[in-house]
Design a protein around this ligand. Sequence first.
Ligand code: FES
Length: 157
Amino acid sequence: MTDFARPARRTFMCASAAIGSAALLTACGNGESAVETPEANSIPEPSGEGQVLMPVSDLPVGSRASAPATYPDGSATAVMVFRPDEKTVLAYSNKCTHQGCALTPKSQDENFYCACHGSKFAPKDGTVVAGPAKAALPRYAAEIKDKNIVVYVTADA
Ligand code: FES
């Protein structure tokens, strides 16, 4: 397991007095921007038949993308992917954990972005970088196999 695959353990506290930020106090007070569950979800074991998402050459090291995929029941979805190094691909649900809008890999910074209300998620582990989303993205098992990115999409995402 790489450092990117390990769940991050961070604690966010609304301790504006310690930080000295009135803006943070306001954000914590209305509950809209506070990140309450910042821990990354674990990567599930691969199960079922994996699906080829794209050629690995389409995802250079350090880049992010989204691609169409299907749930085990055959319904359509999309998967967010990030390639932190030559041998690793990380995959996530593309549904924002705030209200379910589709995420985009195209933000002005290095995060997955939700255009509905502005949430951002870290490509390295799916944790919330900016709210109003409070929960990390569900993860999927993924691997590089025969020069393709193969993802094992589960129904619970
Ligand atoms: S649905 Fe994504 S931020 Fe609200």
